[in-house]
Design a protein around this ligand. Structure first.
Ligand SMILES: CC(C)(COP(=O)(O)OP(=O)(O)OC[C@H]1O[C@@H](n2cnc3c(N)ncnc32)[C@H](O)[C@@H]1OP(=O)(O)O)[C@@H](O)C(=O)NCCC(=O)NCCS
Length: 165
C-alpha cells in the first residue's frame, strides 16, 4: 500500500534554546556536543512528525560549526525533512544564534541527518514520500538524492575499514 505524500511544512520544526553557563566551555561559547544533541532532537521531531512513527538516528553528516555562539545568546534550530526514501528520511537542520538585545542573527551550524522509522515491534517501516512545494524545498529535495548516494557509499567504506578499536 503506497502512502500519501506529505508536505515539508507539515513536519518542519523550530526550536529555541537560551545558552546557559552549563552549556559552555572555558571560552564562554557553547560546546559542540550540546549543539549536536539539540540538532538531533530537533531533527528527530521533524522525522517523527513526517513518519508518524518513532524514528531513530541512523547518521549525522556534514555537521559544520561555522561560528561560535555565546552564553546569553538564543540558539534557533530549524529542521526540515528534505526527502523521504523507503524507510529513511534526510533532515536538514540550520542553527542560528540570536543576540536577544538587538535581534541580530548569524548562521552558526548546519547538519544533515538520516532517521529511520520503526513500527511498534521495532522493525523498519515505510515513510510517506515528501511533496516539495517551494523553490527551496525542491532544491533540497534534489540535492538530498546525491547526498544519500555519497553517505551510503561512505557507510559502505566505513564498514569495510572500521578498525577504530
Ligand atoms: C538505523 C538502523 C535502524 C538501520 O537498520 P539496518 O537494518 O542497518 O538497515 P538497512 O541497512 O537495511 O537500511 C535501512 C534504511 O536506513 C538507511 N540507512 C542505514 N544506515 C544508514 C546510515 N548510516 N546513513 C544513512 N542511511 C542509512 C538505508 O539507506 C535504508 O533506507 P531506505 O529504507 O530509505 O532505503 C539500525 O542500524 C539501528 O537501529 N541503528 C541504531 C540507531 C540508534 O540507536 N540511534 C540512536 C543514536 S545511537
Amino acid at each position: 500500500m503506497s502512502l500519501e505524500p506529505k508536505r515539508a511544512s507539515e513536519s518542519s520544526v523550530e526550536m529555541t534554546q537560551i545558552i546557559l553557563p552549563s552549556h559552555a566551555n572555558g571560552l564562554n561559547t557553547i560546546f559542540g556536543g550540546q549543539v549536536a544533541a539539540w540538532i538531533d532532537i530537533c531533527a528527530g521531531v521533524a522525522a517523527m512528525r513526517h513518519a508518524r512513527h518513532v524514528a531513530v538516528t541512523a547518521s549525522m553528516d556534514d555537521l559544520h560549526f561555522l561560528a561560535p555562539a555565546h552564553v546569553g545568546e538564543v540558539l534557533i534550530l530549524r529542521a526540515h525533512v528534505n526527502r523521504a526514501f523507503g524507510t529513511s528520511m534526510e533532515i536538514g537542520v540550520r542553527v542560528d544564534a540570536e543576540n536577544p538585545l538587538t535581534g541580530e542573527q548569524r548562521h552558526t551550524a548546519t547538519a544533515y541527518l538520516t532517521f529511520v522509522a520503526l513500527d511498534e515491534d521495532g522493525h523498519r517501516t515505510p515513510v510517506p514520500p515528501l511533496l516539495p512545494e517551494t523553490e527551496a524545498e525542491k532544491r533540497r529535495f534534489q540535492q538530498a538524492e546525491q547526498r544519500r548516494i555519497w553517505r551510503l557509499e561512505r557507510r559502505r567504506i566505513h564498514l569495510q575499514t572500521d578498525d577504530a578499536d
